[in-house]
Design a protein around this ligand. Structure first.
Ligand SMILES: Cc1cc2nc3c(=O)[nH]c(=O)nc-3n(C[C@H](O)[C@H](O)[C@H](O)COP(=O)(O)OP(=O)(O)OC[C@H]3O[C@@H](n4cnc5c(N)ncnc54)[C@H](O)[C@@H]3O)c2cc1C
Length: 529
């Protein structure tokens, strides 16, 4: 098979690139290891994409209805304020140029998404004096944001609506479901496609440009909010292709994940927006968990709140703290997805305290890319959670990841289309021949590639090692023990991702953002780095 653009992964980043590529006349092939199935939610969807699960919303400033809303403490919100909040949450480790480009690009990309049919919730009534027929978008606030700037859909089903709208927008695209990228093909320093396995066997795709958009690494840990697609495979694929990764030690632990005694598997998230609407974090004695930690209290950035919870749990020798949402009015209507998840655990937020604990939620680092998704390997792009533009720094600001996937996925397709146009105007052939890709693939197969997969038992060992050694708090001893186990396992692409996290963590023996180092004095605010 040949194409102009091979998109690997069908969440917000991959679908944005695929849709924009189609608009710009690229011949796009979309591959996803999950299934595009009609299911309980009535829409087609790649069920393994984290995008489906996003609850809180999309952080964006400057939409065309902004004159009627989006105020913080009476002052108008601004791109500059969103940039400042992002830099602050990122603990001084963000790439400022990337932050400005991506945040400033949010409104245009979101209007594009709305134009494709995404429907975001609107406020109940239009403000008096409004000339618009429609009320402004309803906006909420999450940890680290100085303004109510987060738009949402279906109450707390924002990601599902974005996924739905983007999937509908690529109807008719060349699509390979259950197709898993196993190996990237590189010829004289240029990425020229991939080896793809699907239930029918192994195939070779020759592509002028390849975009990795496979999501985060949550599933290499025992306890995560991330779905089964978040296996971290792009990290190993990209490293094998010669790309660089960065900031891998910054794994974000969401502070409020429903506690369960189950050892492994995806956990139910209780969105930060619940705290944004007034729920409080308390310990088993009823004392505030964050009092005295940060002036923003329960709505401080996630690293600070997760650390506060971890410290309180260590102090009390307990496994969970509580979220008290009993006083919130209209919880089921505002948070229908969370209400359903709590009901499954026999918890009624109007009556009961909600037991919560931190769990792996987001991969702040990843494949090093520009804000257009370009890696250092010609023809290889990455976008979304598997990539690192520098937007998140040492700790992602809530609701900035859907924004990043959308903006960078779209920008990557535009960059690829522009390169194709340039090549054609110079009379160069940009296309990659299937014969050449087959030859490169045969050579790789002779060398024993693709890498082996882990057995279920090996994956379990990896997850336990990562949870214990590279969890919410870290020590040199714990990280070295994790590394010993990593060394003992077959070097699969998932093990490569785990190694990248642990080695990066060992190279940073101090606390920064969501990398919490227990052996040393916390010098987070000392300006180091
Ligand atoms: C519970 C939860 C709530 C969240 N809430 C929010 C929120 O409110 N706001 C926000 O901004 N962010 C939120 N996030 C984060 C956000 O949802 C993700 O960061 C974002 O959706 C990732 O998009 P993506 O396109 O990079 O990857 P994904 O949406 O994860 O899609 C990746 C796709 O790649 C496929 N894939 C994986 N490996 C391969 C392979 N080797 N070959 C082919 N396909 C492969 C997977 O099956 C999957 O379909 C939340 C995350 C979770 C888990």
């Amino acid at each position: 098979m040949t194409c102009d653009l091979l998109v690997i992964g069908g969440g917000v980043a991959g679908l944005s690139a695929a849709r924009r590529g189609l608009e710009l006349g690229l011949d796009v092939l979309l591959v996803d290891s999950g299934e595009w199935r009609t299911g309980a939610r009535r829409h087609l969807r790649f069920s393994d994409a984290a995008t489906n699960l996003a609850q809180g919303g999309l952080a964006v400033v400057g939409l065309s209805d902004d004159s009627t809303g989006s105020y913080a403490n009476g002052a108008p919100d601004s791109v500059a304020a969103h940039v400042a909040d992002t830099l602050d949450a990122g603990a001084g480790h963000c790439d400022e140029v990337a932050v400005e480009r991506i945040v400033a690009g949010g409104a245009e990309a979101t209007e594009w998404l709305i134009g494709l049919g995404a429907r975001f919730d609107r406020a109940d009534t239009a403000p008096s004096g409004s000339v618009s027929e429609l009320p402004p978008y309803s906006r909420t606030k999450e940890g680290g944001h100085s303004a109510r700037r987060i738009i949402h859909a279906g109450g707390d089903a924002t990601g599902a609506e974005i996924q739905r709208a983007l999937e509908v927008s690529v109807t008719g695209i060349r699509l390979l479901q259950n197709g898993r990228a196993r190996q990237l093909l590189v010829d004289s320093g240029r990425a020229i496609g991939a080896v793809i396995d699907d239930p029918r066997g192994r195939g070779i795709v020759a592509a002028s440009a390849t975009l990795l958009a496979t999501g985060g690494v949550g599933q290499i840990y025992q306890a995560t909010t991330a779905p089964s697609g978040a296996r971290g495979e792009a990290i190993g694929l990209a490293l094998d292709a010669g790309a660089r990764v960065k900031d891998m030690e910054f794994i974000q632990f969401h502070p409020t994940v429903l506690f369960t005694r189950r050892e492994t598997g995806r956990r139910q998230l209780v969105s930060e927006a619940v705290r944004g609407e007034g729920a409080k974090l308390v310990d088993s004695r009823g004392a505030s968990v964050t009092a005295g930690m940060d002036p923003r209290g329960d709505l401080a950035p996630r690293d600070i709140v997760s650390r506060a919870i971890a410290a309180r749990l260590r102090e009390l020798g307990e496994d969970f703290v509580f979220l008290d949402a009993r006083h919130l009015q209209g919880f089921p209507a505002r948070f229908p997805t969370i209400t359903a998840g709590l009901a499954a655990a026999a918890i009624d937020p109007a009556q009961d305290l909600i037991p919560v604990t931190p769990a792996v939620h987001y991969t702040c680092g990843g494949i090093e890319v520009t804000p257009e998704g370009r890696t250092c390997v010609d023809g290889l792009y990455a976008a979304g959670e598997c990539s690192a533009t520098g937007l998140h720094g040492a700790n992602r600001l809530a609701s900035n990841s859907l924004l990043e996937g959308l903006v960078v996925g779209k920008a990557a397709a535009e960059n690829i289309a522009a390169r194709q146009r340039d090549a054609r105007s110079r009379g160069d052939s940009w296309a990659v021949s299937a014969v050449r890709a087959e030859a490169v693939a045969s050579h790789a197969l002779e060398e024993g590639l693709p890498r082996p997969d882990l057995t279920a038992e090996q994956l379990d060992r990896l997850r336990r090692a990562m949870q214990r050694g590279a969890g919410v708090t870290r020590t040199e001893k714990g990280l070295r023990e994790a590394l010993d186990i990593i060394d003992s396992l077959p070097q699969s692409v998932q093990v490569m991702a785990a190694r990248a996290i642990v080695e990066a963590a060992l190279r940073r023996p101090y606390t920064l953002g969501c990398h919490t180092w227990l052996d040393a004095v916390d010098i987070e605010s000392s300006g180091r780095d």
